[in-house]
Design a binder for this molecule. Structure first.
Ligand code: BGP
Length: 458
């Protein structure tokens, strides 16, 4: 056994999210989400959310494949607008709850631990139309109502909760929360960082609710962690890398785990003259609603250097420049292959947060792929998984408390940026961007690789 130092209870899993796999976008009372609308805008170029890989109708078959793969955990998200179609209803949509009860029960029956994201990029459109979505403080109460509903329904069955997926991405790609990208940067960021602040409050409130009712459960964010390396050993490049990583990734973790907004983060907002509306009790809300574990979405490293033209009073994104490492392999979309970066990143997390349990909630390799003779030989994905799992296991040996690894993705799905052309799955789905084809599922080589690895290590 290669990884015999990992706990026998280590959760070997895989990951997806609702709008990327479910389809059935208006079925059984589901409302529209901002992710739906955003995808419809790109419908002429790529797949949208209407059908995707139709997991909503294929879920039993998909869980059987998970079982065959040997998964110990499955990280997926609940579609917010399936539960509250418009976001502001007082009562949840029973059909939506029923779907997830069935899914969760079936996972548990098959020995698969559900790791459930409450909100993965799909806020109900109704809330955005009603009051601007996360820009408004009203969204906090609507998320808390939704979170409380999920806890009441599923709290006895689900031990691992993720509150918000990749909040930093939502701020930068702010059209994902309904904030128009085509406006002066200051206006856009004023709205996006106010929204970010509300998400922090909402997350804290839900963590508190969860741990009061289910003290044994784990709850925290799924943070986008891009380990950021300096282009040279010069102090200015090292500072540039540190500042970007702190601002983009660590600030999110600091607020979730320590309940405090870092001063460096506030300084950056001041550079854009952003003013955040707060209330006196907010400090206490953040402090009393801290996460007790961390979900980490990790794909690759990035390399930056200081922009020699930039001035200290400019915003962080203007003070750094990204560099492509020519020695590293990249996906066609520029995401590098840097497994040691994962070990390094995990070590940084334990330096900061000690033995906090960490779940790798995403980690994966994308390819344009074709089914030939009912097979997909995804050699690069196999190598990616092999090498990243090796480095993750070394990090555990170093003392980092990683308790679960969930590659992105279990099955081919709608890529946020690139539709169906960019595949991540260990299971191939016979469909393309514009043709539904048979929707049949096929095991790729990575499926066989991961199946053997799980079998040998659990
Ligand atoms: C993360 C998201 C996922 C997923 C992944 C890959 O940011 O949490 O939802 O999509 O990135 O990104 P993309 O689909 O754009 O390739």
């Amino acid at each position: 056994m290669k990884y015999n130092h990992l706990s026998k209870k280590f959760l070997w899993g895989a990951s997806t999210s609702a709008f990327q796999v479910e389809g059935a976008y208006r079925e059984d009372g589901k409302g529209l989400s901002i992710a739906d609308v955003r995808s419809f805008k790109k419908s002429d170029k790529q797949l949208d959310t209407k059908v995707t890989v139709d997991h909503y109708h294929h879920w039993r078959e998909d869980v059987q494949l998970m079982k065959e793969l040997g998964l110990k955990s499955y990280r997926f998200s609940i579609s917010w607008p399936r539960i509250f179609p418009n976001g502001d209803e007082m009562e949840p949509n029973q059909a939506g709850l029923k779907f997830y009860h069935q899914l969760i029960d079936t996972l548990l029956e098959n020995g698969i631990e559900p790791i459930v994201t409450m909100y993965h990029f799909d806020q109900p459109l109704g809330l955005i139309e009603k009051y601007g979505g996360w820009i408004s403080r009203k969204s906090v109460a609507d998320f808390v109502k939704y979170g409380q509903c999920l806890l009441e329904e599923f709290g006895k069955k689900v031990k691992y909760w993720l509150t918000i997926n990749e909040q930093a991405v939502l701020v930068v790609a702010s059209d994902m929360i309904g904030i128009d990208l085509d406006q002066p940067i200051k206006n856009r960021y004023q709205a996006a960082f106010q929204a970010n602040y509300h998400m922090w409050l909402a997350q804290a409130e839900v963590c508190k609710l969860c741990l009061n009712q289910f003290p044994e459960s784990k709850i925290g964010p799924a943070v986008s962690y891009i380990t950021t390396l300096p282009a040279s050993k010069k102090s200015y490049d090292m500072m540039a890398a540190k500042e970007l990583e702190d601002f983009y990734s660590f600030a999110q973790m600091e607020v979730a785990l320590r309940g405090e907004i870092p001063v460096y983060f506030q300084n950056e907002l001041a550079k854009l003259d952003i003013k955040i509306d707060t209330k006196p009790d907010d400090t206490e809300i953040l402090l009393s609603g801290r996460a007790n574990y961390l979900g980490v979405n990790w794909y690759c490293t990035t390399i930056v250097e200081a922009n020699p033209e930039a001035k200290e009073d400019q915003f962080i994104f203007q003070r750094i420049m990204r560099i492509q490492d020519k020695e590293l392999r990249h996906t066609d979309w520029g995401w590098n292959f840097d497994p040691i970066g994962l070990r390094y990143g995990l070590r940084q997390l334990s330096d900061r947060y000690g033995s906090i349990p960490i779940v790798i909630t995403e980690c994966g390799w994308s390819e344009e792929e074709e089914l030939i003779d009912n097979q997909v030989h995804d050699k690069d994905r196999v190598e990616y998984l092999d090498r990243h799992i090796e480095q993750m296991a070394l990090a555990v040996k170093d003392g980092v408390n990683v308790i679960s690894f969930n590659p992105w993705s279990f099955i081919d799905l709608l890529s946020v940026g690139d539709g169906m052309e960019k595949r991540y799955g260990m299971v191939y789905v016979d469909r393309t961007n514009f043709e539904e084809k048979t929707m049949r599922r096929y095991k790729k080589d990575s499926f066989d690789f991961y199946q053997k690895l799980i079998k040998a290590n659990s």
